[in-house]
Write a protein that binds this ligand. Structure first.
Ligand SMILES: Nc1nc2c(c(=O)[nH]1)N[C@H]1C(S)=C(S)[C@@H](COP(=O)(O)OP(=O)(O)OC[C@H]3O[C@@H](n4cnc5c(=O)[nH]c(N)nc54)[C@H](O)[C@@H]3O)O[C@H]1N2
Ligand SMILES: Nc1nc2c(c(=O)[nH]1)N[C@H]1C(S)=C(S)[C@@H](COP(=O)(O)OP(=O)(O)OC[C@H]3O[C@@H](n4cnc5c(=O)[nH]c(N)nc54)[C@H](O)[C@@H]3O)O[C@H]1N2
Ligand SMILES: [Mo]
Length: 776
C-alpha cells in the first residue's frame, strides 16, 4: 500500500497531555507536541502504534462457553485458549439486554456490580464510567465502589482529622509551585517527587507545569529532601538530598523527627494548643510513656536504614525555616497507609507552620501533574449520572473479597457492611487485571459471577475475562472536549480517524441497551452527541457567572478551546483556619486538627488506633516473612506509559528488556544472585511469580527491587510464572490498608528474585484471542 493522501493534523487530548495527531488516509501516522506545552510528555509517542494495533477489538464478541452453556459461574473464564464468537451489534445488544434484565429481575439490581473503576480516556462527555453509571441508573441502579486506588487511605482517613473540606483541599486544591518557590525554604518529600508522574493528570492538562515549577523553586533557593528508595524519584536538577529509606518505614521516621523536636525543645506548643487536640496523648506515645518504646532517631534508624544523626539534623533543619512536608500517595498505598499521613500532619503541626504560605503539610506533590498547578472552584462540564436507587457499596479495592465472599461482613470507616451477591460484573474504562493486587486471586474471583461484561478498545486481560466484549472507539475516533481539575484551558478534541472496525461510542452502546430496556428517553434526553456537547458546554459557561464573557458553543468549537476562568493560583492550606480558628473551624468534631481522634479510637480498629502509631507492616525487611522473601518490591507508576494503557506503543516497548517489563535492582543484590544486566529474572513469593528483564542500577536502595505496574498481564505459561510479561500484581498482596479505609496496598511487597535460565516462554499478551465463527 502506498501512502498517498496528504497529512493532516488534529488537536487532541489524553491524560498525558495536549497534542496533535498526524493522519494520512484515515490512519494515525505520527504525533506532534503542542507548541504551547512547555514540557510535552514522551507518552504521546505510544499513541500511533496503540491506535491501530492488532489487539484493537473490531467486533462485538461473546465467549463461546457462555454462549453455549448460558450464564453461570465459570472457572475457565480467562483461560488462554478460550474462544470468542464474533456477533453483530444487534445480537450482542439483544443478548446483553436480556441478561441485564434476567439478573435484575431474579436477584435485584444490587446483583449488578457497576463500580467499573479505571482511568478510561480523557474527554468530558465520553467518559466511560459516567456513561455506564448513567445508563445503569436508568435501569434501577447497581452496586457501586467508592474511593480510588490512588489515594484510598487518604480519602477516607483525612476527613476525620482535618474535616471533609480540609481533606478535599489537601487532595485537590494544593498551593502552586510558585507559592513554594516564593516561600518554602525546605521541602521534605516522602515518596519523592517523580517527574514522570507529573506528566499525567486525570483528564489531561493544557500544559505540563509541574516539572518547571519544581526546578524554578530549586533555582530560587528551595532545598529539597527526597525520602524514597529510588534516587531518580527526584530530578537531578533539584539537587535534592536523597535519604534512601526502607519502604514502609516512613511513620517511624516521622515519629522520630517529632521526638527530636520534643527533645530539642523546638515544638511550637502555642500552635498545638490553639489549633490541635490530642497533643499530650501523642507526645506521651512518642516519648514511649505508654508502650515503653521511645521513638528516638536511633529507633527509627534501625527500621529505616537512615542514620540517626541524619534524622536528628533533618528535624533541626526543619525547625529553622519555612518547611513543607509532603507525603506522596505511594506512601499511603500500603498497609497502615493512614499512619504516615497522620504522622506527617502531626510533625507539621509541631513545627507550627500549618496555614502559613509554603509551609505545613501536603499530600500529592510529585504524584500528579495537576497538583500544585492551581485549581478551579467551579465544576467542569460533566455528564449527569442521575440517581442510583441501590445503596450497596464496597471500598474500591475490595473487589475480589466481594466476589469471593458474598454475604460476609466487613469493616469500613466505622461501619459494618456486608458484601452483596454479585451475578453480573460490568466494566467500562478500567483494567482490573492491571490495577488489582494478587491477580491469581482476582482470577478466582472473576470465576464467580454469572456474566462479565467489558467494554474495551483493546483485548486487555480484563476483556479476556469477559463473556460479552463490546468494542469501543478510542478518543481519536469521536468528538469531545477535555480538561482536568485546575486546568488552564477547556480544549476541543476533534475526531481524527474513523472508528476502528465496528467499534462504537459508549453513548451509542448504552443508547442501544436503553432502547431495549425501555429507558432510552431517560438516557439520551433526546440529544445526540453534538447536542450533548453543546448542552454541557453551555451549562458550564453559565456556571462561570455573568462577570466573565465566554464564547458560545459554536465559537468555542471553531476556536478549538477556551481559557478556564476563575482559576485560583495563590492559596494556602488552612490559611483562614489559622487566621481565625473560631470563625473558620475545621469540619472535625473538635473543629481543630485532630492529633488524637476520639472517633477513630472509638472504632476500636487495632490496625488504625486513635493517634499516629508505628504499626509494623507485614511486608517489611526484618519481619519473619522477610527470611523467605528478603527483597522489597516497589510497584510504582510506570514512566513509559499510563498504567496499562498503550503498553504496545513505541515508547513503552523501547523500555522493555527481552520483551518484558524492566525490573531495577542494586548491583550488589544482583551479584549475590548471579544476575547480570539484561537477564530474564523471576520474581516470586507464595502468592505468585512473574518474569521481568533485569536492569542493574545503584540508584536503587540495596534490598529493594523496582518493577512498575502496567505490563499487560500474561498468564499464558502458568507452569513458568503467573505472568511471563512482568506485571507486579502477580505477586502483590490483596489486603486493605486498614479496616478504616480499606485502601489499596499494592505499592510494597516482599519477594525473592532469581535468574531465569533457559529459554523464557514468549510474551503472548499482545496476541488477541481466537475468534471463531460468526453468528447473526
Ligand atoms: N501494584 C500496584 N498496583 C496498582 C498501583 C500501584 O501503585 N501498585 N496503582 C493503582 C492506581 S493509583 C491506579 S489509578 C490504578 C489504575 O488502573 P486503571 O485505571 O484500571 O488502569 P488503565 O490501564 O488506565 O485502564 C484503563 C482501561 O480503559 C481502557 N479505555 C480507555 N479509554 C476507554 C474508553 O473510552 N472506553 C472504555 N470502555 N475503555 C477505555 C483502556 O484500554 C484501559 O484498558 O492501578 C492501581 N494499581
Ligand atoms: N507516567 C505516569 N504518571 C502517572 C501514572 C502513570 O501510570 N504513569 N499514574 C498516575 C496515578 S493514577 C497516580 S495515583 C499517581 C501516583 O503517584 P505516586 O503514588 O506518588 O507514584 P508512585 O510512582 O507509585 O510512587 C512514587 C515513588 O514513591 C516511592 N515509594 C514507594 N514506596 C515508598 C515508601 O514506603 N516510602 C517512601 N518514602 N517512598 C516510597 C517509590 O520509589 C516511587 O517511585 O501517579 C500518576 N502519574
Ligand atoms: Mo491512581
Amino acid at each position: 500500500m502506498t501512502n498517498t493522501g496528504p497529512v493532516e493534523a488534529y488537536p487532541t487530548s489524553a491524560h498525558w497531555g495536549t497534542f496533535e495527531v498526524l493522519v494520512r488516509d484515515g490512519r494515525v501516522v505520527g504525533v506532534r507536541p503542542d507548541p504551547a506545552d512547555p514540557a510535552p510528555s514522551p507518552l504521546i509517542d505510544n499513541v500511533p502504534d496503540a491506535q491501530h494495533h492488532p489487539t484493537r477489538i473490531d467486533r462485538p464478541a461473546v465467549r463461546r462457553r457462555w454462549l453455549e452453556h448460558g450464564p453461570g459461574p465459570d472457572a475457565q473464564r480467562g483461560e488462554r485458549d478460550d474462544e470468542y464468537v464474533a456477533v453483530d451489534w444487534d445480537t450482542a445488544l439483544d443478548l446483553l439486554a436480556a441478561e441485564l434484565d434476567r439478573v435484575r429481575r431474579t436477584y435485584g439490581n444490587e446483583a449488578i456490580f457497576g463500580g467499573s473503576y479505571g482511568w478510561a480516556s480523557a474527554g468530558r462527555f465520553h467518559h466511560a464510567q459516567s456513561q455506564l453509571h448513567r445508563f445503569l441508573n436508568t435501569i434501577g441502579g447497581y452496586t457501586r465502589s467508592v474511593a480510588t486506588y490512588s489515594h484510598g487511605a487518604a480519602e477516607v482517613f483525612l476527613p476525620h482529622v482535618v474535616g471533609a473540606e480540609g481533606a478535599h483541599a489537601l487532595l485537590y486544591r494544593a498551593p502552586t509551585w510558585e507559592t513554594i518557590a516564593e516561600h518554602t525554604d525546605l521541602l521534605v518529600s516522602f515518596g519523592g517527587l517523580r517527574v514522570s508522574n507529573t506528566w499525567v493528570a486525570s483528564g489531561g492538562r493544557a500544559a505540563h507545569t509541574a516539572e518547571g515549577g519544581m526546578r524554578e523553586a530549586a533555582r530560587r533557593g528551595t532545598e529539597f529532601v527526597s525520602i524514597s528508595p529510588l534516587r531518580d524519584d527526584a530530578a537531578a536538577e533539584l539537587n535534592a538530598r536523597w535519604l534512601p529509606a526502607v519502604p514502609g518505614t516512613d511513620t517511624a521516621i516521622l515519629l522520630s523527627l517529632i521526638f527530636t523536636l520534643i527533645a530539642e525543645d523546638r515544638v511550637d506548643t502555642a500552635f498545638l494548643e490553639r489549633y490541635t487536640v490530642g497533643w499530650p496523648h501523642l507526645r506521651d506515645y512518642v516519648l514511649g510513656k505508654r508502650d515503653g518504646v521511645a521513638k528516638t532517631p536511633e529507633w527509627a534508624a534501625a527500621l529505616s536504614g537512615i542514620p540517626a544523626a541524619e534524622l536528628r539534623e533533618l528535624a533541626l533543619r526543619m525547625a529553622q525555616g519555612r518547611t513543607l512536608i509532603n507525603v506522596g500517595w505511594s506512601v499511603q498505598r500500603a498497609r497502615y497507609g493512614e499512619q504516615p499521613l497522620w504522622a506527617g500532619l502531626a510533625l507539621a503541626a509541631c513545627l507550627g507552620q500549618i496555614g502559613l504560605p509554603g509551609g505545613g503539610f501536603a499530600t500529592g506533590y510529585g504524584s500528579m501533574g495537576s497538583y500544585g498547578g492551581g485549581f478551579t472552584p467551579r465544576a467542569l462540564p460533566r455528564l449527569p449520572q442521575g440517581r442510583n436507587p441501590v445503596d450497596t457499596l464496597i471500598p474500591v479495592a475490595r473487589i475480589a473479597d466481594m466476589l469471593l465472599c458474598p454475604g460476609e461482613p466487613f469493616d469500613f470507616n466505622g461501619q459494618r457492611l456486608r458484601y452483596p451477591e454479585i451475578h453480573l460484573v460490568y466494566w467500562a474504562g478500567g483494567n482490573p487485571f492491571h490495577h488489582h493486587q494478587d491477580l491469581a486471586r482476582l482470577r478466582r474471583a472473576f470465576a464467580r459471577p454469572d456474566t462479565v461484561v467489558v467494554h474495551e478498545t483493546h483485548w486487555t486481560a480484563t476483556a479476556r475475562h469477559a463473556d460479552v466484549v463490546l468494542p469501543v472507539t478510542t478518543s481519536l475516533e469521536r468528538e469531545d472536549f477535555a480538561a482536568s481539575r485546575g486546568d488552564l484551558r477547556l480544549r476541543v478534541m476533534r475526531r481524527a480517524v474513523p472508528p476502528h472496525g465496528a467499534a462504537r461510542d459508549e453513548y451509542a452502546i448504552f443508547t442501544g441497551l436503553a432502547e431495549r430496556l425501555g429507558t432510552v428517553e431517560e438516557f439520551t434526553e433526546g440529544r445526540d452527541v453534538r447536542q450533548w456537547l453543546r448542552h454541557l458546554y453551555e451549562e458550564w459557561r453559565e456556571r462561570q457567572g455573568p462577570e466573565v464573557e465566554l464564547p458560545d458553543f459554536d465559537r468555542f468549537w471553531a476556536d478549538g478551546g477556551v481559557d478556564i476562568p476563575h482559576r485560583v493560583m495563590d492559596t494556602t492550606f488552612f490559611g483562614a483556619f489559622r487566621a481565625d480558628p473560631q470563625a473558620h473551624p475545621l469540619g472535625t468534631p473538635s473543629g481543630r486538627i485532630e492529633l488524637y481522634s476520639e472517633t477513630i479510637a472509638g472504632f476500636g480498629y487495632p490496625d488504625c488506633p486513635g493517634h499516629p502509631t508505628w504499626l509494623d507492616p507485614p511486608e517489611r525487611p526484618g519481619t519473619p516473612r522477610a527470611q523467605q522473601w528478603p527483597l522489597v518490591l516497589v510497584a510504582n507508576q510506570p514512566k513509559d506509559r499510563l498504567h496499562s494503557q498503550q503498553d504496545m506503543g513505541a515508547h513503552s516497548r523501547a523500555g522493555k528488556i527481552a520483551d518484558r517489563a524492566p525490573v531495577r535492582l542494586h548491583p550488589d543484590d544482583a551479584a549475590a544472585r548471579g544476575i547480570t544486566d539484561g537477564d530474564v529474572v523471576r520474581l516470586f513469593n507464595d502468592r505468585g511469580s512473574c518474569l521481568a528483564g533485569a536492569v542493574l542500577d545503584d540508584g536503587v536502595r540495596p534490598g529493594v527491587v523496582q518493577l512498575s505496574t502496567g505490563a499487560w498481564f500474561d498468564p499464558s505459561s502458568p507452569d513458568t510464572a503467573t505472568c511471563v510479561h512482568g506485571n507486579p500484581n502477580a505477586v502483590t498482596i490483596d489486603v486493605g490498608a486498614s479496616r478504616l479505609s480499606q485502601g489499596c496496598t499494592g505499592q510494597v511487597t516482599l519477594v525473592e528474585v532469581e535468574r531465569f535460565d533457559g529459554a523464557p516462554p514468549p510474551v503472548r499478551a499482545f496476541v488477541p484471542p481466537r475468534i471463531v465463527g460468526h453468528t447473526h
